[in-house]
Design a protein around this ligand. Structure first.
Ligand code: UT7
Length: 332
């Protein structure tokens, strides 16, 4: 009997309307369009505007998009895992809020925190519930409102991040399609280079932490860059090797969109030509947990049943990983 695989059977996505262009950033800080484009590949990013709007609002739009495409009721969903670094609140979990707002009243769920690798980690977790037969319909979400933790006076960090997210539906597959393999890694010693200093149990919010701007993303860009280039490329090469994949048999690389130079380094290591690499960083920047599902959402119509797809990510923590998917459907 064939092993049950967890297959992605639908993808939804959402990006807010507001475009924060490099030209606008130039009016906010000492930077140039040329510097941002050459160092990162980004031209603009989307920002969620509106009082009281959070990550859940974008996730709900992505979920509704997915359910509509698939033609199923929210009540059929059994489980929701939301990968996010910018939850609506410290608690309860954003997954709960999403279930409520989207009418997924029969689902249980929780949030998963692994920074930019969160979607990959959540995909692997969701896969377990399908492979064991425990659930038949699991939604995995990657979403972030990075603008909520951005210091727009910090030109080294704020220029790369944006808001947005996506969702995928996982269902059982008995024909060898779906998520085939994953390699996931963490190295907690990397936390010093990329984190948010205050607001957790170690340093709760106070007047002082707010005055010191400790609720924003702190990133030592160059150090993170070095780790990201090496580890994302290494793990992508490793998953190809252990699944006997070659540059010819891989149809697509879906890389985390943090910096165009990191994406290029990973593709080069895999010997993949640019036309096999999904890149939308110029339009969305780094949406953290949102980058991978947003790529799948945008490229969905170009994916074919049987395509070998490698997802790769690197993020704060440090966390990183790669996942191999044999794509399960054609979009008609
Ligand atoms: O997604 C999760 C993980 N995150 C990442 O993977 C991000 C990895 N890091 C990066 O992508 C890059 O490090 C950044 C895009 C964040 C920064 O690029 P960089 O090439 O590493 O720049 P840098 O911080 O080393 O700065 C180089 C120079 C500095 O000037 P000096 O000291 O050489 O005179 C900066 O002050 O560029 C200057 N600089 C800028 N100049 C104009 C830094 N930011 C800017 C800016 N505009 N926005």
């Amino acid at each position: 009997m064939q092993k049950i695989h967890a297959a992605i059977t639908a993808v939804g996505g959402f990006v807010p309307d507001y475009r924060l262009t490099n030209a606008e950033l130039v009016t906010m800080m000492d930077t140039t369009d040329e510097w941002i484009q050459t160092r990162t590949g980004i031209k603009e990013r989307r920002i969620l505007k509106g009082e009281g709007k959070g990550s859940s609002d974008m996730a709900v739009e992505a979920v509704k998009n997915l359910l509509e495409k698939k033609g199923i009721s929210p009540k059929e969903i059994e489980m929701v895992i939301c990968a996010t670094t910018t939850p609506d609140m410290q608690f309860p979990a954003t997954a709960n809020v999403i279930c409520d707002k989207a009418g997924m009243t029969n689902a249980w769920g929780y949030d998963l925190s692994a920074a930019c690798s969160g979607f990959l980690f959540a995909l692997t977790v969701g896969t377990q519930f399908i492979e064991t037969g425990r659930h038949k319909k699991v939604i995995v979400i990657g979403v972030d409102k990075m603008s909520s933790i951005m210091d727009y006076e910090d030109r080294k960090t704020s220029i790369i991040f944006g808001d947005g997210g996506g969702a995928v539906l996982l269902e059982p597959d008995n024909d060898g399609y779906g998520i085939i393999d994953s390699i996931l890694r963490t190295d907690g010693s990397g936390r010093v280079y990329l984190h948010q200093k205050a607001g957790g149990s170690v340093k709760p919010a106070s007047l002082e932490t707010v005055m010191n701007k400790e609720h924003y993303v702190y990133q030592e860009g160059q150090a993170v860059f070095k780790f990201a280039v090496k580890n994302m490329a290494d793990v992508a090469a490793e998953i190809m090797e252990r699944n006997q994949l070659t540059a010819e048999t891989v149809a697509w690389l879906v890389p985390h969109q943090a910096n165009k130079r990191i994406i290029t380094a990973t593709a080069d290591r895999m010997n993949l030509p640019p036309e096999k690499v999904m890149v939308n960083i110029e339009r969305y920047g780094n949406t953290t947990n949102g980058t991978l599902p947003l790529c799948l959402w945008e490229w969905e119509k170009r994916l074919h049943k049987g395509d070998n797809i490698i997802l790769a990510a690197f993020g704060g923590g440090f966390t990183w990983g790669a996942t191999y998917i044999r794509w399960a459907y054609d979009t008609v």
